[in-house]
Design a protein around this ligand. Structure first.
Ligand code: IPM
Ligand code: MG
Length: 354
């Protein structure tokens, strides 16, 4: 049996993970994978029960599992609690605890939704890119100071540190991903200013020698942000640091016009972790209107990367495509002439197409 830990979290987390589990059960029945599911708490839900956003038992269970399926954490209810107990801390604890060094965020355009993009249709046609973001290093985890007084002036600081092995493993992941795609890697840095970026670029060039079949280019992050807006179809795999990847992945996501559809995988040393890229959307929680497709697509990535079940992964992806082609839309994507569906209806319709 393959054990999947499911962490619904907060807000719409329960509804969307329920959907993804229903779809996984459907593919399991068809492809005979042998999946078993266990539920754990994290985020605000865990804080309310245990006083901790990430109970040690949750992290332990994740370490022993074959994969983790995650909904979302956070909400206004926990906005005013102490920083160390905030729901988002659960995410950092899991990233660090599972050594989730590589965050894969694929962005593709679903043809029936092309008008939903803020960019002109001719610019987004054919966009199919993968952001490979380093997830456990850089400025997110470097030493910082919240406040100190120097010469009578208050200041604060953060540090960006990257070591050669940290860069090597994320860059290898990017090149290996590119080999399975269109064989192009764009490495993004700020090497005209930052020492950590100059090391990054040097390591990327070294690693690239082992992948002669993959084309490599380098872009400064400011230029990359611009290129994503003017010619996003030029990209195949983008590899970058934690902070730049955070920023560029939101930009790339929104050009698809459908942030509710996008999945992610965080590749770990032991267990890997799968979550939609949108948040917990507390304003629509419990109303059965959230779009579960990002979480369902994350479940497809789980099958692909953690369980090596490529056919089952493709069956899920094809069922999502077909549902959209057939004109079904959750309220976030609804337009005149389409058929409006709830979270649970979307789940049933996708299951029928598997
Ligand atoms: C993301 C999110 C997180 C991050 C936040 C919630 C801390 O924006 O996963 O991209 O910055 O990593
Ligand atoms: Mg982000």
């Amino acid at each position: 049996m393959k054990k999947i830990i499911v962490i619904p979290g907060d807000g719409i987390g329960k509804e969307i993970t329920d959907s993804a589990v229903a779809v996984l059960k459907k593919v399991d029945a068809k492809f005979k994978i042998g999946l078993e599911f266990e539920y754990r708490d994290a985020g605000g839900a865990a804080y309310d029960k245990f006083g901790e956003p990430l109970p040690a038992e949750t992290l332990d269970a994740c370490k022993k599992a074959d994969a983790v399926l995650f909904g979302a954490v956070g909400g206004p209810k926990w906005d005013n609690i102490e920083v160390s107990k905030r729901p988002e801390k659960a995410l950092f604890g899991i990233r660090k605890g599972l050594g989730l060094y590589g965050n894969l965020r694929p962005v593709k355009i679903y043809a029936p939704l092309i008008d939903g993009s803020p960019l002109k249709p001719n610019l987004v046609t054919g966009v199919d890119l993968l952001i490979v973001r380093e997830l456990v290093g850089g400025i997110y985890f470097g030493e910082r100071c919240e406040s100190e007084i120097v010469d009578g002036v208050e200041r604060a600081w953060d540090t960006e540190i990257y070591s050669v092995p940290e860069i090597e493993r994320i860059v290898k992941l990017a090149f290996e991903s590119a080999q399975k795609r269109r064989k192009k890697v764009t490495s993004v840095d700020k090497a005209n200013v930052l020492a950590s970026s100059r090391l990054w670029r040097r390591v990327v060039n070294e690693i690239a020698k082992n992948y002669p079949d993959v084309e490599l280019n380098h872009l400064y992050v400011d230029n990359c942000a611009m290129q994503l807006a003017v010619n996003p179809a030029q990209f195949d795999v983008i590899v970058t640091s934690n902070m730049f990847g955070d920023i560029l992945s939101d930009e790339a996501a929104v050009i698809s016009g459908s942030i509710g559809l996008l999945p992610s995988a965080s590749i770990g040393e032991l267990t890997s972790f799968y979550e939609p890229i949108h948040g917990s959307a507390p304003d629509i929680a419990g109303k059965n209107i959230a779009n579960p497709m990002g979480t369902i697509a994350s479940a497809a990535m789980l099958l692909r990367y953690s369980l090596n079940e490529e056919k089952a992964a493709q069956a899920i992806e094809a069922a999502i495509d077909k549902t959209l082609e057939d004109g079904y839309r959750t309220p976030d994507l609804f337009k005149e002439g389409c058929k409006k569906i709830s979270t649970t209806e979307a789940t049933e319709i996708i299951c029928e197409r598997i």
